[in-house]
Design a protein around this ligand. Structure first.
Ligand code: AMP
Length: 588
């Protein structure tokens, strides 16, 4: 009897050892393939033009027998010039009927040579949500880019703190919803939901890399999921990083922590999850089985939270080396707020991508302004010079011919059925990495304020707001903003909706703000100045909204079919129902 217990103990220990070796090997292999992806990306930038020409050829060859390939006679296209001559620039509308038909019938070969893993629903933040076919090949381009970003992180952020590879765990902020299906049974959902719920390796990746159990990622309500992610992350002694798609995701989770820390420390003390949270009973049971009462840890955390939230991250996670999330474009505003919590922890914006295609990786994290090197092997790229963006079929420029300091709209031909597709993203070329351009994200074409040709961008609006807010005193911070073109006045005017913190009891000096706002905008955009002088635009109205209005606006947009993890606050609101929601929440 004694003998058999001894034997089974030895067996168990041996199994654990083998498991440990397997895990370490898996992590080393992941790290190696990350390094290889980065190397191959760097190599591709040296031969960017060749890589691009070959990629286009491969795409046309791959799709030549599809109905779409036959229509455009892909077989006969033997050069980039011929392709540009025979195939027009497109937008989602050009694929709408075809994609609807594929969704209904399942007949993917009308557009694609390879099956569709799932339809990725885009965020729909600046327009109607779209369905973008995701194939294995497209997924691979994303995976390679993520790996390159991971290798950069290892090179830049993981050298200083000595955490062994198997103890390197992070807080990954994501929540997923069950995938729906199209009438023909093809799964559809957000990129994050599809990517996570369809991954065979997800459980292993989570077990080895993240502080939360995999189940947390399947809690569909993102606020509840974030709460649980935080709970498990606070119990992780060696948390080394935080990762999320966007700065807004990280910020929102930290705001949940700031609001709900008393409940969270109670949960940690009791080894339970707040009973008020709506969590499926099976999931709750599974999660609670991984918790145990930790009153000491709870006390320690409580003491830190009581000191306030400035620089809190460093104090509660002493091994944390970096935060990874997109901080550019419409996320710029949140980066500043994130710094309040992050203190000296670096925030790395690693990638620029979309459901349609991956575009670039931030290979030089220490640049003053974040910028992304285009990945020449993730899509075939063309660029429309900013002066020609209004045209339906302008001439395009190839990847290696962009001019430094010029702005362009990005056009992609992807491995999954989009051809010369206008992304609507405006970027500025700020240099070259070998032969591949380095791009700063500027704005979305759909967010330009344009009444009489002035084309004021969200960057300009944010700058004008940031300067003007100072007239209300240094401690007043911008929480969020959006704009709308007010059609009920003549001449037309901008409405600028602002939420500030701390809020005002009575309305402050809006005229002073208005004047400063215009003064800054005149400097930034001479066309705006001209339009104002010609009286073709009236003075903008400044509208202050009540506390939490933008959180409610976000919930409203998400409830109409958007996704939290992909959500970007629209900077130009066109939906009248949402505008009237803001109007009904203005301070009076
Ligand atoms: P979605 O397809 O819903 O994921 O949205 C993709 C869009 O998000 C892109 O077309 C960009 O407008 C925006 N985006 C993605 N990455 C970045 C980034 N690094 N900086 C700024 N905007 C980004």
């Amino acid at each position: 009897m004694k003998h058999s217990i001894l034997n089974s103990n030895i067996l168990q220990q041996a199994r654990q050892k083998i498991q440990k070796i397997q895990n370490i090997s898996f992590l080393y292999l992941s790290q190696m393939s990350a390094k290889m992806s980065l190397k191959s990306l760097q190599k591709d930038t040296i031969n960017a033009e060749k890589v691009q020409t070959k990629l286009l050829k491969d795409i046309l060859q791959l799709q030549k027998d599809t109905e779409y390939g036959n229509k455009y006679n892909f077989v006969k296209i033997n050069s980039v010039e011929k392709f540009q001559e025979l195939h027009p620039l497109t937008s989602y509308e050009d694929y709408y009927n075809l994609i609807e038909d594929i969704a209904n019938t399942g007949n993917y070969s009308r557009l694609l040579a390879e099956p569709i893993l799932f339809f990725q629903e885009t965020s729909g933040t600046t327009g109607k949500a779209k369905l973008i076919p995701r194939t294995q090949r497209l997924s691979l381009t994303f995976q390679k880019s993520f790996q390159s970003v991971n290798a950069i992180i290892t090179n830049y952020y993981c050298q200083t703190k000595s955490i062994s590879i198997e103890n390197n765990r992070g807080l990954a902020l994501a929540s997923t919803q069950p995938l729906k299906t199209t009438p023909s049974g093809i799964p559809r959902g957000t990129g994050t939901s599809g990517g996570i719920r369809q991954s065979k390796l997800f459980q292993k990746v989570v077990d080895l890399n993240f502080s939360s159990p995999a189940t947390v990622f399947f809690i569909p309500n993102y606020k509840t999921a974030y709460y649980c992610h935080l709970l498990f992350a606070l119990l992780e002694p060696n948390l080394t990083y935080i990762t999320a798609n966007f700065a807004s995701n990280v910020l929102e989770s930290l705001q949940i922590l700031e609001r709900e820390w008393t409940q969270i420390v109670d949960d940690i003390s009791a080894g339970k999850i707040n009973s008020e949270l709506e969590i499926d009973s099976v999931i709750r049971e599974e999660l609670e089985s991984g918790l145990k009462p930790s009153p000491e840890k709870s006390q320690k955390l409580k003491a830190e939270f009581e000191k306030g939230f400035e620089g809190i991250i460093n104090r509660i996670w002493t091994h944390l080396s970096y935060i990874q999330c997109v901080t550019t474009g419409s996320m710029e505003l949140y980066k500043e707020k994130l710094k309040f919590y992050a203190g000296s922890i670096p925030i790395y914006s690693g990638g620029y991508g979309a459901s349609e295609a991956w575009i670039g990786c931030n290979l030089e994290p220490h640049r003053d302004a974040t910028a992304y090197v285009v990945n020449p092997n993730s899509a075939f790229f063309e660029f429309i010079p900013s002066a020609e963006i209004e045209l339906a079929q302008p001439q395009t420029i190839r990847l290696t011919s962009l001019e430094i300091n010029e702005s362009y709209e990005v056009v992609v031909t992807t491995v999954a059925g989009l051809y010369r597709y206008r992304m609507g993203d405006i970027v500025k070329c700020v240099g070259y990495y070998n032969r591949s351009p380095i791009l700063e994200f500027s704005h979305r074409q759909g967010s330009l304020l344009n009444i009489s040709g002035e084309k004021v961008s969200e960057t300009e609006i944010l700058e004008a707001i940031t300067q003007s807010i100072k007239i209300w005193g240094g401690d007043r911070k911008l929480v969020d903003y959006t704009t709308n073109i007010n059609l009920s006045f003549y001449p037309l005017r901008y409405s600028i909706y602002l939420e500030v913190s701390p809020t005002f009891e009575t309305l402050p000096d809006l005229i002073g703000f208005q004047n400063k706002f215009e003064e800054v905008l005149y400097d930034l955009n001479v066309l705006y100045l001209n339009s104002r002088q010609a009286d073709s635009i009236a003075i903008p109205e400044i509208k202050l909204v009540k506390t939490d209005t933008f959180i409610k606006l976000k919930s409203k947009i998400i409830s109409q079919g958007g996704s939290e993890t992909q959500f970007k606050m629209p900077r130009l609101l066109k939906n009248l129902e949402l505008v009237s929601f803001l109007d009904s929440n203005c301070l009076e």
